[in-house]
Design a protein around this ligand. Structure first.
Ligand code: ZN
Length: 133
């Protein structure tokens, strides 16, 4: 795993939170994207070298809707940049981690992504992401 690629924050209302984070960082999101398969609408901010992803549920079965129901708004996941997501999944499986999707899927912002079950990582949802070339 290389650097932190982004931190994902679950929000109830993307529009409202976009304005809030625009005030916080001094610049608007550089991208908004819906990932229909995940039931989320996302926006991405750059603040210096740091990337923040905001996620809003688009339906009640969305993982984000369930997260907010249980825990409220807040940090949802930490994403790490990986060079080869397949190799990294294999390595982490051997180390005993549970991968939620062993076949990487297309995520937002031009990435292949896979998630580790938070039960095996002290309650933190970890996303692996590899830039699609
Ligand atoms: Zn993410």
């Amino acid at each position: 795993m290389r650097k932190i690629e982004h931190v994902g924050i679950a929000v109830k209302n993307l529009k409202t939170s976009n304005l809030l984070f625009e005030k916080l960082f001094g610049n608007p999101p550089y991208k908004e994207e819906e990932v229909a398969s995940e039931g989320v609408k996302t926006s991405f901010f750059m603040n210096g070298p740091n990337k923040i992803e905001l996620l809003e549920a688009t339906n009640e079965n969305s993982p984000i809707a369930k997260f907010i129901e249980k825990k409220g708004e807040g940090i949802h996941h930490i994403a790490f940049d990986v060079e080869d997501i397949i190799l990294e999944i294999e390595r982490l499986k051997k180390e005993g981690f549970t991968i939620l999707n062993e076949i990487p899927k297309k995520g937002a912002d031009n990435k292949l992504v896979a998630f580790l079950h938070p039960k095996g990582t002290n309650g933190v949802l970890i996303e692996l992401c590899q830039e699609i070339q």
